[in-house]
Design a protein around this ligand. Structure first.
Ligand SMILES: [Cu+2]
Length: 309
């Protein structure tokens, strides 16, 4: 098939995919042929040298055969060296990113892929790249082992906590491809998915707000806190209009209904999206909603709250 797909593999969507598949096919056929030769030979010799009459005691003594022994040593030896040299070349191609690659940062954590583009645009769950340009990914993990795999590109790289890993690719045709995590990393491992979007130059130029999200850093959370929340919430334990954020994250909070809730992510998100849904005991229901805050902003605020112990 002309797009390079086979019964084993999806279409070849990167510049290295063909060389990976060619090597794979070579090793596969080498194995199939070797297996057939060994299996057929075993059956044939078992039949040929079987005991032919009931009184036959031993098979004929088979003397040493130099030509046979040299050929079954040298021929496979050459083939295996050939696979090594070829494999090493493909390995180098897969690991040596061209010097003019665009460098993206990828953060893996349970259970998401977060990408930061060369210009700082942050795109969790989505890798937007231009077609026809080499892309280098500089990856790290925030917790456990993960593995970055794009089957259509034939690239896979383990991402190990405590060190950077990199991989590169170039996709020439616009389209979409799945990113999988292929290192079992806990409960939601199978949901650790993301998408590569390969764009035309025009689409790349038009990239807009909806695609870049702001990275939920503690600094960003603090900035949002200072501009939007500090009038009513202190960060040092003082009571102003609302409860202080100091020690809030993870605390058990008593509500006006008499119920107790744990101030976890869901509760904090709800308090910001729909402030009157749960009102803290002893406080007026005076908190306004903040429809302008995006998910990334709320994540940043929560990350900031977590630092206020
Ligand atoms: Cu993972």
């Amino acid at each position: 098939m002309d797009n390079g797909s086979s019964i084993w593999m999806p279409p070849q969507a990167s510049t290295v995919a063909k060389s990976v598949d060619d090597l794979f096919d070579f090793i596969l056929w080498l194995n199939i042929i070797s297996f057939a030769m060994i299996a057929i030979g075993t059956v044939y010799f078992a039949w040929k040298y079987r005991r032919k009459t009931p009184d036959q005691l031993a098979t004929a003594q088979i003397p040493h055969n130099t030509i046979a022994e040299l050929s079954w040593t040298i021929i496979p030896g050459i083939l295996v060296m050939w696979v090594f040299v070829w494999g090493f070349q493909v390995f180098l191609d897969l690991h040596m990113a061209p010097a003019d690659s665009l460098e993206y940062r990828v953060k893996a954590s349970q259970w998401k892929w977060e990408i930061t583009e060369p210009d700082g645009c942050y795109t969790p769950g989505a890798l937007h790249v231009p077609a026809g340009k080499p892309i280098k990914l500089l990856m790290h993990s925030d917790d456990v082992l993960h593995s970055f795999f794009v089957k259509d590109f034939r690239i896979k790289q383990d991402v190990i906590p405590g060190r950077y890993a990199s991989v590169w690719f170039q996709a020439d045709k616009p389209g979409q491809h799945h990113i999988f995590c292929t290192e079992y990393c806990g409960t939601s491992h199978s949901d650790m998915l993301a998408t590569v979007y390969v764009h035309t130059a025009e689409e790349m130029a038009k990239k807009d707000e909806t695609w870049c999200k702001s990275e939920p850093t503690v600094e960003r959370g603090q900035m949002l806190y200072t501009s939007l929340c500090s009038a009513c919430h202190s960060n040092d334990g003082r009571r102003i209009v609302g409860p202080s954020f100091k020690g809030l994250y993870g605390r058990d909070e008593k509500l006006t209904t008499g119920e107790t809730v744990n101030a976890n992510e869901n509760y904090i998100v709800e308090s910001i999206r729909d402030p009157q849904a749960k009102v803290v005991d002893g406080y007026p229901p005076a908190m306004p909603a903040f429809p302008q805050l995006k998910t990334g902003d709320i994540d940043a605020l929560i990350n900031y709250m977590k630092t206020l112990k």
